[in-house]
Design a protein around this ligand. Structure first.
Ligand SMILES: [Zn+2]
Length: 359
């Protein structure tokens, strides 16, 4: 009769003591995945709130477009301001961009890009970076440009100023933690940007980057009737059309069909004679804050703790590791972590079983 509670306690202890492997990969405390995070207090001063245009917070996705003439909402009528990036200026240049990763489909795409000696821009979701830090590290190591694409992929015009800042800053921070670089380009999910979002992004140092060739490859997600050829058809049309400028195309490495079609789309672009490159390269600007200091980014993942101040409380998805010790994330020290956990597990189990037997 004493065995059952002891076994239950043992199970609970095991769950508590052993960290999940993914959680141990990115040190620091992180917001819940795929939810709009709170703004850490130390980031509030990054933006001068009084200079943000007073565009209304939209009540729903791609909602009220009645004021786009005033606040220039791209998702309403493709309205853009002079600082917005939508094309590569050089007629022969093609900015290749993949959004919403890193995912398990990204490595095969990286293999193909490497084989063709092409580098591209990847706009990263913070929550996906938390799940796939090694893929993000590989992407940077192979020379691709990394941009910020928010933490949870919301329509930014529906968020408050603070929420917009938090979406960008948490994503920037996890990218910095994993790779050592701080991106200078951001892409608003769905191209949803107005003067309020634009002002916040610009004040935080970002170039707002959209596109002029949309493959709509995301429509393939969970859609068995999706016409795969529609992706390459968009690219075929774009390469055939005469244009005074080059292009920036939008594709996604989060969905299996979209990622699988990406090589075919790239082949069409290359065969048409375009120079495929990252957006930052076609614009001739720095990719990262660190570019002026060093050409070799140094990941801080093994040396510096991530920001500890956050108003968010940990949840299951934050599984995210309460601020681990600095060096605990290397493979060797991970093994040490697990050995320590095992020792703690054995001790705890012994105590619980002993306690269970004497009551
Ligand atoms: Zn996206």
């Amino acid at each position: 009769m004493y065995l059952t509670p002891s076994l239950s306690a043992l199970f609970v202890t095991a769950l508590f003591v052993f960290p999940s492997p993914s959680a141990a990969d990115v040190p620091g405390q992180w917001p819940p995945l795929d939810q709009t995070p709170s703004l850490a207090p130390q980031w509030a001063a990054l933006v001068n709130v009084s200079s943000i245009p007073n565009a209304p917070v939209q009540k729903k996705a791609a909602g009220d477009c009645s004021q786009t003439a005033v606040y220039c909402n791209w998702s309403c009528d493709n309205c853009k301001r002079p600082g917005d990036v939508t094309i590569c200026p050089g007629q022969n240049d093609w900015g290749i961009s993949y959004d919403d990763g890193p995912s398990t489909y990204t490595p095969a795409l990286l293999d193909y890009l490497k084989k063709n000696n092409v580098t591209a821009t990847f706009f990263i979701i913070g929550s996906r970076a938390f799940e796939n830090p090694d893929i993000l590290k590989r992407t940077v190591a192979e020379g691709h440009q990394i941009g910020v694409h928010t933490w949870s992929h919301p329509y930014l015009t529906t968020l408050t100023n603070e929420q917009i800042m938090a979406e960008l800053k948490w994503t920037e921070t996890i990218i910095k933690t994993i790779t050592g670089i701080t991106p200078l380009y951001m892409r608003p999910p769905y191209g949803d940007v107005d003067d309020r979002v634009r002002s916040i992004a610009n004040q935080m140092g970002y170039k707002v980057t959209i596109w002029d060739v949309d493959t709509n490859d995301w429509l393939s997600d969970n859609n068995p009737k999706f016409n795969r050829a529609s992706i390459t058809n968009v690219i075929k049309k774009a390469v055939a059309k005469k244009s005074p400028t080059g292009h920036i195309s939008l594709e996604h490495d989060l969905y299996p069909v979209a990622a699988a079609e990406a090589p075919k789309a790239l082949d069409i672009i290359l065969k048409a004679g375009f120079a495929a490159k990252p957006v930052g390269t076609c614009l001739g600007t720095k990719f990262y804050v660190e570019d002026s200091n060093s050409t070799t980014p140094t990941p801080i993942i093994n040396s510096t703790p991530t920001p500890s101040a956050t108003t968010n409380s940990a949840t299951e998805t934050t599984s995210a590791v309460p601020t681990a010790t600095d060096s605990s994330q290397s493979d060797a020290s991970l093994s040490t972590d697990y050995l320590s956990s095992f020792a703690l597990f054995v001790t705890s189990t012994f105590c619980i079983m002993f306690f269970g037997l004497i009551i």
